[in-house]
Design a protein around this ligand. Structure first.
Ligand code: EPZ
Length: 416
């Protein structure tokens, strides 16, 4: 799984280029299954979850040509199977997007139940409710979801919980269904809008993405498209957190400022100075960090995928901060690892209370998931001494070349 050795105490200075959004890529790559010709995807992040997506498509018969590290031509016209291999589907929760894409392409889909992450059970009842509403039947047998439909007919679906995955899956299943589909209480994340824009660039008829009501008018066919993925707002926020704990200054390039509003707002409360440009933001911090209260919620609220990272920052702040996890049942598993570095955090269910401290002490720690791993890197950069971080393959699922980017910013970090 690999380890990072990080020596803390060095102020990060310089600039970092933000890559394409992991969660937009993981939805748009399966969507290419719906095209009647090859699709060119640009600004894809070069991360293991994207490589796994290519492995899944290739196994299904697709032809994939890498033009460069971030640009890929995907020809899915040769796909001849409606199932995702079990051993691959189990590696990544987002493999369930193939349910919606394969249902539209073949009127049948067979995909393994998604592996849970360790921040609680991750149900898919809303996805299945949406598929049923469109006319599909399903059964779950030996951990595989078997989905079938004679015909997909649009209708109205109301999600009682805002779900990114369910919204994406129903977009994929409704885009060529007969008639009109309305999704109410839809998720509004930037990657939902990016998927809708990609599908519309192929000839789909989707309006309202980014609001809580999305209307999809089924079309006959979807064509080849060349599309550039949006920047990853979580990667950008993670580098802001690193600037804060190291009292550094970083120009964070190639971002979409609109997607960063809630993160920038919280960073300013903590005492990070922000200068905004067209597609970049300069963050600097040369003072003590202030405490802040954070509640993670659906977009445009503060993103749950930045909750571990902001908690790591607040362990260095003056005063007591309250962090409330508004989305996941159990997303504070990583706190134990921060406490091994001397952080003073108590967790009660969905609430963590952080007693800020001047500094943390390096320690051997273990990443338990992608964003928790990022939080450990942030804490190690701000701590005194050399920390060892285990299970860094979690981190590499969502952060392209994190060691190289951090070294360019003056961090002392090695992968062993
Ligand atoms: C996506 O997960 C992201 N993953 C997660 O990011 C992110 O934390 C999450 O959205 C929230 O923003 C990808 O995009 C690949 P949800 P997803 O469905 O779609 C409940 C990362 O680090 N729910 O929006 O699985 C669920 O339990 C990952 O990149 C149901 O009850 O999240 C949760 O409480 C970690 N029934 C809430 O909705 C369902 O059928 C939000 O989940 C589906 C979800």
């Amino acid at each position: 799984m690999g380890r990072f050795i990080v020596e803390g105490g060095f102020s990060l200075k310089g600039e970092v280029k933000i890559n394409g959004s992991k969660n937009a890529a993981l939805a748009i790559i399966p969507a290419t299954i719906l095209s009647n010709g090859p699709c060119l995807l640009k600004n894809l992040p070069n991360i293991s979850d994207v490589k796994l997506s290519f492995e899944i498509l290739t196994k299904m018969g697709a032809k994939i040509k890498k033009q460069d590290e971030h640009t890929v031509l995907i020809d899915n016209t040769t796909i001849n199977c409606n199932e995702v291999p079990f051993e691959l589907a189990m590696k990544m929760r987002a493999s369930y997007y193939y349910l919606g894409a394969l249902l539209t392409r073949f009127k049948e889909a067979n995909v393994a139940m998604p592996g849970g992450c360790n921040f609680g059970v991750r149900p898919i009842n809303l996805h299945l409710k949406g598929f049923k509403m469109l006319g599909a039947n399903y059964e779950i047998d030996a951990g595989i979801i078997h989905l079938k439909a004679k015909e997909l007919v649009g209708g109205k679906i109301y999600f009682d919980v805002v779900s990114v995955g369910a919204t994406i899956n129903i977009l994929l299943a409704a885009v060529k269904a007969k008639g009109v589909t309305i999704i109410e209480n839809a998720a509004k994340e930037p990657h939902i809008v990016d998927l809708a824009n990609f599908l519309n660039s192929m000839g789909a008829n989707i309006i309202g993405a980014g609001t809580n009501v999305i209307k999809i008018k089924g079309v006959e066919s979807l064509n080849s498209s060349s599309y550039t993925i949006i920047p990853d707002q979580i990667e950008a926020g993670s580098y802001m957190a690193m600037a804060a704990v190291t009292r550094g200054e970083i120009l964070i390039r190639d971002v979409t400022l609109k997607h960063l509003e809630s993160i920038l707002n919280k960073m300013e409360t903590i005492g990070v100075k922000i200068k905004k440009y067209d597609s970049s933001v300069f963050v600097s911090c040369n003072c003590e960090l202030n405490k802040a209260d954070v509640t993670s919620q659906a977009y445009p609220g503060f993103p749950t995928d930045m909750q571990p990272q902001i908690t790591a920052v607040l362990t260095f702040a003056k005063g007591t901060s309250i962090i409330t996890e508004g989305i996941w049942a159990n997303r504070f598993q990583y706190v134990g690892e921060l406490c091994r570095m001397g952080a003073l955090i108590t967790v009660d269910g969905k609430v963590a209370v952080v007693e800020g401290k001047q500094t943390l002490k390096a320690a051997p720690v273990t990443a338990c998931d992608l964003r928790a791993g990022a939080a450990l890197v942030i804490a190690a950069l701000g701590a005194q001494g050399k920390s060892e971080i285990e299970n860094v393959s979690y981190i590499e699922r969502g952060y392209e070349n994190i060691v190289g980017k951090l070294k360019d910013l003056g961090a002392v970090i090695e992968k062993v």
